[in-house]
Write a new protein. Sequence first.
Length: 134
Amino acid sequence: MTDDSKLDQIAYSMEILKQQMGEVRDQEQSLALVLQDILNSLNFLRNISGVEGDSLIPIGRGLYVVGDIKDKDRVMVDIGTGAYKKTKVDDALSILEDRRVEISRALENARKSEEEIQRRYLQLEDYLNRVYQK
């Protein structure tokens, strides 16, 4: 392999790594939004028993509806594919806590992937800088 083709291959690899980094960052942002929604829901459910009269009821991503909560013992939980199940608040808290842990792990893994991609990119960048300084 000639030096020029090797340098072209490194430059191409760096471009791929940039794209991967953008995709991982997008994934991190999505996971962070989901995690924030879960945390908001957990907070609301932990305090639902103290809610009196009209309240701002969170319905997702900064959206609320004003309403009076008639049943403070049971809530509807998304169980996937657009299906919902009526469950006790304590059970819903358990489900949401499991989801929080899962999303937190996924977010941590995405951050580690980003760091690894960035490390590889910087190594290639350093190599190219050393080649061009010769």
